[in-house]
Design a protein around this ligand. Structure first.
Ligand SMILES: NC(=O)c1ccc[n+]([C@@H]2O[C@H](COP(=O)([O-])OP(=O)(O)OC[C@H]3O[C@@H](n4cnc5c(N)ncnc54)[C@H](OP(=O)(O)O)[C@@H]3O)[C@@H](O)[C@H]2O)c1
Length: 354
């Protein structure tokens, strides 16, 4: 059995350690499950939280594997079900993905269709959750029906997805397409990945140009005022460009959500942005599904897993890390150096050397 885990600390970064004992059923609460991991995926937060002094411990939140045990309150999952799960972030080692067994909240654990591999499934949890929280909670956009039919006023939404080739952005694009919104996508080297999600080339704008050109190209691609922006990249540069875009003709302000902290998280700046530029800003944090958005999170998490099985959505492109958990430190370094394009880094537990 694999007895390794990847611990991330501020002082040492990501280090593979030997575990004396894996987590077990005795470590779960009544509304949790224990998963025997097959494949786990990397997210930028896995190096960031320790580097910023926010959490040190066994990292990772994207898990795909088999249910090993369920808590007494869990009714819809049983031992040996193939599942994907989003675990609690920055909380405790038992929730870390980078180990052989992980504990996950049952409401963000969903059955994985037989047609989807564990490697593909592992790309889904955090990125897709962040996508649906941003679209349907923070931007407050009209939800499609559970069967995947757009709401009546969906075509009034002109949505800009900045970073459409990123892991989160790829799920934003797919959910927005199902929801029936008009989409303009911003991407760079991985534009083909965005086309493969069904976005026409004429609706994809390259961010690798000066700000004036990018804004002109977005307006030309949209052909109508942008009403909402999902910024899946959220650097100062992307946010400044989007504010400039939304506050100039033909646009008339709009709603903006980002994934990282910005100057507009400050209440005074937020009010000023709304008053002077007509932009309503909110930051998206995917892990709200483990706090005040539990029911919303459960409904959407299980729906996304269902739509994956039905082929309505597809997973991120997978880039396998050599050596399983031993490859995770190198993978997190690639993410830190912005060297991953249009793919999700995935480690297979069985590839880890014993
Ligand atoms: N708030 C939350 O809950 C939450 C959740 C998940 C992630 N995040 C954050 O969201 C960000 C994205 O995460 P991720 O996992 O989706 O990242 P990722 O997949 O690793 O992002 C890589 C992609 O970013 C694209 N990119 C880089 N700079 C860009 C720019 N200026 N404009 C447009 N696209 C650009 C690249 O596109 P090309 O290859 O096409 O050039 C590349 O494909 C990270 O900062 C992460 O920490 C936050």
């Amino acid at each position: 059995m694999v007895n390794k885990a990847v611990r991330v600390t501020k002082a040492n970064g990501a280090v593979v350690e030997t575990q004396s004992k894996p987590f077990s059923a005795s470590d779960m609460d009544a509304d949790e499950v224990l998963i025997k991991n097959v494949a786990v995926a990397c997210n930028p937060k896995d190096w960031k939280l320790a580097a910023y002094g926010l959490f040190e411990g066994i990292e990772g939140n994207d898990v795909a594997g088999y249910v090993e045990a369920v808590g007494s309150d869990v009714k819809d999952l049983t031992k040996d079900d193939g599942v994907i799960a989003l675990t609690r972030a920055a909380k405790a080692d038992k929730y870390g993905a980078y180990q052989a067994y992980t504990v996950a909240p049952a409401w963000t654990t969903a059955k994985l269709a037989d047609s989807i591999s564990f490697e593909d499934g592992a790309t889904v949890p955090l990125a897709a959750t962040t996508a649906f929280v941003g679209l349907f909670d923070k931007l407050g956009l009209p939800e499609p029906s559970p069967a995947g039919r757009p709401s009546a006023d969906a075509d009034k939404v002109n949505l800009l997805v900045w970073g459409a080739s990123s892991s989160v952005g790829a799920y934003v694009v797919q959910l927005a397409r199902i929801a029936g919104f008009n989409i303009v996508a911003v991407a760079g080297a991985a534009q083909d990945a965005v086309k493969s999600l069904g976005v026409e080339g004429s609706k994809i704008v390259d961010y690798r140009a000066d700000r004036t050109t990018v804004i002109a190209n977005i307006n030309a691609a949209a052909g109508a005022p942008i009403t909402h922006v999902y910024d899946a990249i959220s650097t100062k540069d992307t946010v400044d460009t989007i504010v400039s875009l939304l506050s100039s003709a033909p646009n008339k302000g709009g709603k903006l959500t980002t994934l990282l902290a910005t100057a507009y998280d400050d209440e005074t700046e937020n009010q000023k942005l709304q008053r002077e530029k007509g932009i309503v800003y909110n930051r998206t944090i995917g892990s709200v599904v483990h706090h005040d958005k539990k029911e919303f999170g459960e409904r959407w998490f299980k729906l996304v897993a269902k739509w994956l099985g039905e082929g309505k959505m597809k997973p991120n492109k997978v880039q396998i890390l050599e050596g399983g958990l031993d490859g995770v430190p190198g993978g997190l370094k690639l993410l830190q150096e912005n060297k991953v394009s249009g793919a999700k880094l995935v480690a297979r537990i069985a590839d880890t050397k014993s």
